[in-house]
Design a protein around this ligand. Structure first.
Ligand code: CMC
Length: 432
């Protein structure tokens, strides 16, 4: 076995730390002590920049070369040949479904697309201008009150049921949030349609007897869903695993994951990209804007990634999908600004040195806007497919005998022990 030899310069003692899978175990450092009263060494890694928190067989990323695979299949092949629901099956079970399994899987999810009328009423209570992501997070959490059986996280049968319910219901919740903002009546699911077509029906059906989704747009949305389905241990997935590790039910855990996704440095970036393009306003303003980014005034939204130090493979597929969408909808005027922003950024030393490339959020918003979505709903469109990844990662975590409640350590920086004396009470409070 490979080992790491550590010589503690404080004591002269030597330790052999086993290396497995290119990794050392943080707990092995606890044995490194200066004496019996010493707690032992800890590792310090704010933001988990170099810490593996789990073993996972779901998603593989090689960020240096821009590779993304689900269960071994390259994202490019899945986006080309599969439907979102088949990819969901792959992510959750480890294998692509046969045609029979695929139909059965779709039927099982279809049985769970409706939401309880009381949840509908709950959603009606939001302010008309409530942010869709706030409505999504709260409504998913509210599902927990409808399904108390979900608390039995160690029952495989219960987990399967909650997984079907969540995958079936998140498009319905998302569409109700969308229509709530528009003041339109909610549209019930139509299970004759595919997963994405049914979502489009719930979003856009008005008075026509039957909504006919545009097949090109439906396929584009399906591809976008495939690209967003999982992305290993990102901030939202880490929240799902951390909250789920307390054996919290999957609705509450998933709402925590979605709350993390809402942040502008994570899934909320797609909404911010559109705001940024609006602020730039015209191609001629791009160079000046890039200078303000380099001066540290703000970040270039939709650029940069913790693990990709190369072009995000999802961004390349999205760029190609955009062409198909624009052939139907007409181009989004902001595309020209985005292309110029990318051209200038990719040839600028600031971005080259830091390996900042467009990420998944850079072009997705431009497509969504061309399809008619308001930027406020963009992150909800990310949360629908990511629900699959969150659930797969949650299930993997629950079944992993190495996992326990997530509970990091800290380096305490506050005052050493002190005591409340009568004199000190007289002068207390000076700080506030
Ligand atoms: N614009 C300008 N400079 C940037 C950017 C950016 N978008 N991203 C990173 N940098 C700079 C950063 O200032 C730092 O420079 P220096 O070394 O001079 O201090 C360097 O690059 C490294 O940045 P970091 O903050 O240490 O990198 P990180 O891995 O902690 O952050 C990130 C990753 C995605 C949060 C960050 O790149 C970012 O804020 N991007 C913009 C928001 C965004 O597009 N988020 C979506 C990410 S992909 C989808 C998802 O996660 O949901």
């Amino acid at each position: 076995m490979d080992t790491l030899q550590v010589i503690d310069s404080r004591t002269g003692a030597s330790y052999q730390i086993p290396i497995t899978d290119g990794t050392i175990r943080a707990m092995d450092f606890r044995a490194i002590r200066t004496g019996p009263d010493d707690f032992g060494l800890m590792v310090y890694d704010p933001a988990f920049t170099n810490t593996a928190s789990c073993r996972s067989a779901i998603t593989y990323i090689d960020g240096d070369v821009g590779i993304l695979r689900y269960r071994g299949y390259p994202i490019e092949e899945l986006a080309e040949h599969c439907t979102f629901l088949d990819v969901a099956y792959l992510i959750l079970t480890g294998e692509l479904p046969s045609p029979g399994e695929s139909g059965e899987w779709r039927n099982r999810i279809n049985r769970h697309t409706m939401i309880h009328e009381n949840l509908k009423k709950f959603m009606e209570g939001f302010r008309p201008d409530a942010h869709p992501m706030g409505m999504f997070v709260s409504s998913v959490a509210a599902l927990s009150t409808f399904y108390p059986d979900a608390r039995d996280v160690h029952s495989g049968a219960s987990r399967q049921l909650q997984i079907l319910r969540l995958i079936g219901k998140v498009p319905t919740i998302a569409a109700y949030a969308y229509r709530h903002n528009l003041g339109l009546p909610y549209v019930y699911p139509d299970n004759r349609l595919s997963y994405t077509e049914n979502f489009m029906n719930m979003l856009w059906r008005t008075a026509e007897p039957r909504y006919e989704p545009d097949p090109v747009l439906a396929r584009a949305l399906d591809v976008l869903f495939i690209l967003h389905a999982d992305h290993e241990q990102n901030c939202g997935t880490n929240a799902m695993r951390a909250v789920g590790s307390a054996q919290t039910d999957p609705y509450l855990s998933l709402s925590a994951a979605a709350a993390a996704l809402a942040g502008p440095l994570h899934g909320g970036a797609n909404e911010e990209v559109l705001r940024m393009l609006d602020e730039i306003g015209h191609v001629k303003n791009v160079p000046a804007y890039v200078e303000t980014v380099k001066a540290g005034k703000h970040r270039l939204m939709g650029f940069g990634h913790r693990v990709y130090k190369n072009y995000d493979p999802r961004a390349e597929i999205i760029k190609r999908t955009a062409e198909q969408v624009f052939a139907v909808t007409g181009a989004n005027a902001k595309l020209e600004i985005a292309l110029e922003l990318e051209r200038i950024a990719l040839s600028d030393e600031y971005f080259i040195k830091r390996k900042l490339y467009p990420n998944v959020d850079f072009y997705s918003g431009i497509i969504y806007q061309a399809m008619g979505f308001d930027p406020a709903i963009f992150t909800v469109l990310f949360a629908i497919p990511r629900t699959v990844g969150w659930l797969a990662q949650w299930q993997e975590m629950i079944q992993d005998p190495e996992q326990k409640i997530a509970r990091p350590r800290q380096i305490f920086t506050g005052p050493a022990v002190r005591h409340i004396g009568v004199e000190s009470l007289k002068t207390a409070g000076a700080g506030i």
